[in-house]
Each structure stands twice: as structure tokens, then as C-alpha cells.
Design a protein around this ligand. Structure first.
Ligand code: PLP
Length: 466
């Protein structure tokens, strides 16, 4: 007998790509966090660990599986942070774990700069085949997002013989000395570090909720791009000297901001007109998070260089630069990396890509659309929510003091993130006053519902406190 698929089975990804169900209730707080064990480890951290980063809350992790993170004191959290958008297939997906274990028994390191192995080549073949970029492509593998960004800048300068790079306010491209010049999300990143890289210029991103040229939707014709063409190119930066424009197709750290639909296509046309290379930094927004493998696909972009990291290998360190064949041209021996594309990370990436394409990308798009709708529904009851925006499972909630003035409310945002943590929901801040929701792409409707309920409770509590 032919059985019609049930609505549930037609919509959910095949069981084989989903991790096994978590064997217990979650989230579940048994000791008010941080519990005694977490506090003890945090005290040790403070004595010896470089204190360059202040964690958003004092979570000390024992283990994690799928959507669930367990702390040392026995609390279980629903993870809507995913190690900053990184564990795309959920924590410790059994197939990813198996691929790493099997590779570890055969070869851990040999250094691709000197010797070759199949996993590196297979991953480059797969990425080259999948990247939405016209023509023949080549791929270089490295370890981190920042390393890949630096690679792309070197390439663009070598390829064009030009020096200048244009990036965007609010962007995050890394914290190494070169990339922090391109990053423009918070001044603290470059405080006392200068001089930074010369010949880097910033212009405004298409941030419609806080339009840089004060347009209302009805009078918008993407005039934010005029700041590049009429201001920068007319006054200070001759476009014929610009090697590359570097952009996150959906801004991440800057506030989870999808641009106006016309912004990126017009930017691409401008780049073509002036012979400028377009570099799409998809470190945070790529790898299925937006409901397409590459976020650029939503905007019909055909960039010259793609940068990937974070979600590409479910938490194993690896990054990739994908460039058109005529762009990926090096002077022999001019670039390399000891650990870049190590065999364990390549295997994790190959499995991750298979799982993403096997249903998790679609899942991100479907669950994300439902989550966005439910979160927007909260706006009727919670005036603190100024804007709820996003694509797929990349959703930002901007917290404001007043809906009319749109005054950012960073302290309130931090309180919401903290209270959500105390109730068992992990989220992260971004932008001036935005909460970022970026769960693993195995997130189910029921996980999304739990997250919305916790945020609703927290917002209600904060409203009652006045
Ligand atoms: N580019 C983007 C868009 C990022 O979000 C990040 C990190 O958050 C980076 C680059 C830097 O990546 P990494 O921290 O792996 O160096």
C-alpha cells in the first residue's frame, strides 16, 4: 500500500541528517547559574587566562549534544548561540564525530603546503562546485575567518595591482592587525593598536531600521549607496585605485542586518563598472544559516571571492577562500599555512556539507520563517522590541528604549540575554542593542517555540519591573 507522507514527515528533514533526539528534558535549570562548580572554574580562569574577552555570562560547559548544552552543575540549556553560529549540524553530530575519529586513526597532520592528501582536494572540489560564482573556481583552505579574510585581501591586491579596500561600518571581519582595520563594529577593537593597515575606507551598510540617509521605506531608492558613489568616490577615493569591496551579505556582529534587496545587486554592478573585486564574507551568514547554502544566493550575487569559516565544519577549525580561477593567482610560495585545511577539519566539513544539503538548509529556512513570525507577534505586547528581522535562522531582535525615537537600549538588551540564560536559553548580543538568535540548523519548531516562550517570559518580567 502506498502511504502518503504525513505533514510532519514531509516538512522535517530526513531522520538521517538530524542528530538523535536528546534523551531528557531541556532546557532544565537545577542550580541557579552560575552554580558552585562553574563559579570555581571561573575563579581559576580569572587567575591565569588572558582577560581579553568578557564572556556574556558565566557558563562553564561539561558537554553538548544537538541543541543542548550541559554545564558542570547539571543545568541543561537550549542553545540559540551555536558557538557564534558555528555548530551548524548541532553539537557533536554523530556523523561528524565518526568522520573525525576515523580520520584521526589514519592521519592527523602532514601540512598541505608541502604534501597532499585526498580530503583537502575533495573539500576544495565540493566547495568549488557549490559556490554560486560563474566560471572556473579555485579554493584555498586556512584555519579561521580572519586568516581567510587576510588571504582575500592579499589576493585582491596582487590580482588588481591596486591598494585600496572599501568595507562597511558595522562590519566584523576579524581581530588580527590586518582584519581589525576592516572591522568597524566597535572602536574598542582597534583601541591603542594603531597604526592599522593603510588604504582601508569605510562607508555605510544598508541598515534600513537606522537608515544612514534618513529615508522612509516609501522614499527609499537605496540612496545609502550614494555615500559610496557620490561622497567617497567623488571626493577621496578614486574608484580606479580600489582593489576590492569587502562585504558581509547579511551583517553579523553589526546587528544581524539583512540589506535592502537592491543594495547588493547595485553594489555588484558598481564594482564591475570600476574593475573592483567584490569579496563576500560569508563567515557568519553562510553555510545554510539563511536557508540557502550561501547567503549571496538570496541577492543573486556573483562575487569574485567568497570567504567561509564558522559553520563549514560544525565546530572544527577551518576556513576557505573560494575565488575565480583568474583571481586565485599567487606568486609561487607567497602564501600558505601550517595547519590550514588539516585532515580532521576537512572530513568534518565534507560531512557537514552533506548533512546541510541533505535537509538542514531547508530546515533552517522553514523553522527560521516560523520563528521570525512568532517573534514579530511578540512586538504587539512588548514595546521594547524595536525591530525583529532576519533570514532563516539568523534573526536579530533590536531592543529600544522607545519605539518612536528608536533609542538603542544596550543595558536592557544585556538584561534580557542574562535573564534568558538564567532560564536556560543561550543567546548572544550583537550590534548596539540587538539580541542575536543563531541556533544550530537542526533546530526544530518545538525548540523555536521554547525559545520564544522564554523570551516572552523574560520580557514580561522586565516590563513588570518598570
Ligand atoms: N568574518 C565574519 C563575518 C565574522 O563574523 C567573523 C567572526 O565572527 C570573522 C570574519 C572572523 O572569524 P574568526 O573569529 O574565525 O577569525
Amino acid at each position: 500500500m502506498h502511504l502518503m507522507p504525513t505533514r510532519q514527515s514531509a516538512e522535517r528533514p530526513a531522520a538521517s541528517v538530524m542528530p538523535p533526539p536528546y534523551p531528557g528534558e531541556y532546557p532544565k535549570i537545577v542550580v541557579s547559574p552560575p552554580g558552585p562548580k562553574a563559579r570555581a572554574w571561573n575563579a581559576r580562569d580569572q587567575k591565569v587566562v588572558s582577560q581579553n574577552l568578557t564572556p556574556d555570562y558565566e557558563l562553564v560547559v561539561e558537554r553538548a549534544s544537538g541543541m543542548v548544552v550541559e554545564d558542570l552543575d547539571g543545568n541543561r540549556y537550549l542553545d540559540f548561540a551555536a558557538g557564534i553560529s558555528t555548530v551548524s549540524t548541532g553539537h557533536c553530530h554523530p556523523e561528524v564525530v565518526r568522520a573525525i575519529q576515523q580520520q584521526a586513526e589514519r592521519l592527523i597532520h602532514i601540512c598541505y603546503t608541502d604534501f597532499h592528501y585526498p580530503a583537502y582536494i575533495e573539500l576544495c572540489e565540493t566547495l568549488a562546485q557549490l559556490a554560486p560564482m560563474s566560471g572556473k573556481k579555485r579554493v584555498f583552505l586556512s584555519n579561521s575567518g580572519a586568516e581567510a579574510v587576510e588571504t582575500s585581501i592579499k589576493l585582491a591586491r596582487i590580482r588588481t595591482g591596486r591598494q585600496k579596500i572599501v568595507a562597511f561600518y558595522g562590519a566584523f571581519h576579524g581581530r588580527t592587525l590586518g582584519t581589525l582595520t576592516l572591522t568597524a563594529s566597535k572602536p574598542v577593537h582597534r583601541l591603542a593598536c594603531g597604526p592599522v593597515l593603510p588604504e582601508v575606507y569605510h562607508t555605510h551598510f544598508s541598515y534600513c531600521y537606522r537608515c544612514p540617509v534618513n529615508r522612509k521605506p516609501e522614499s527609499c531608492d537605496v540612496q545609502c549607496l550614494d555615500l559610496l558613489t557620490d561622497s567617497m568616490f567623488q571626493h577621496t577615493v578614486p574608484p580606479q585605485e580600489v582593489a576590492a569591496v569587502l562585504i558581509e551579505p547579511v551583517q553579523g556582529e553589526g546587528g544581524f542586518i539583512p540589506p535592502h534587496p537592491e543594495f547588493l545587486p547595485r553594489l555588484q554592478a558598481l564594482c564591475r563598472e570600476h574593475g573592483i573585486l567584490l569579496i563576500a564574507d560569508e563567515v557568519q551568514c553562510g553555510m545554510g544559516r539563511t536557508g540557502k547554502l550561501f547567503a549571496s544566493e538570496h541577492f543573486g550575487l556573483d562575487p569574485d571571492i567568497f570567504i567561509l569559516a564558522k559553520g563549514i565544519a560544525s565546530g572544527m577549525p577551518i576556513s576557505a577562500v573560494i575565488a575565480r580561477d583568474d583571481v586565485m593567482k599567487w606568486n609561487d610560495g607567497s602564501h600558505g599555512s601550517t595547519f590550514g585545511g588539516n585532515p580532521l577539519s576537512c572530513q568534518a566539513a565534507l560531512v557537514t556539507l552533506r548533512l546541510l544539503r541533505g535537509g538542514l538548509i531547508e530546515n533552517a529556512g522553514r523553522v527560521g520563517a516560523g520563528l521570525l513570525k512568532r517573534l514579530r507577534g511578540l512586538m504587539d505586547r512588548h514595546a521594547l522590541l524595536g525591530d525583529v528581522r532576519g533570514i532563516g535562522l539568523m534573526i536579530g531582535i533590536e531592543i529600544v528604549r522607545d519605539r518612536d525615537t528608536r533609542e538603542p537600549a544596550a543595558a536592557l538588551r544585556d538584561r534580557i540575554v542574562r535573564r534568558a540564560f538564567e532560564r536556560g536559553l543561550l543567546t548572544l548580543p550583537c550590534g548596539k542593542s540587538t539580541i542575536r538568535l543563531s541556533p544550530p540548523l537542526v533546530c526544530s519548531d518545538s525548540d523555536a517555540d521554547k525559545a520564544v516562550s522564554i523570551l516572552d517570559e523574560v520580557l514580561t518580567e522586565i516590563r513588570a519591573e518598570g
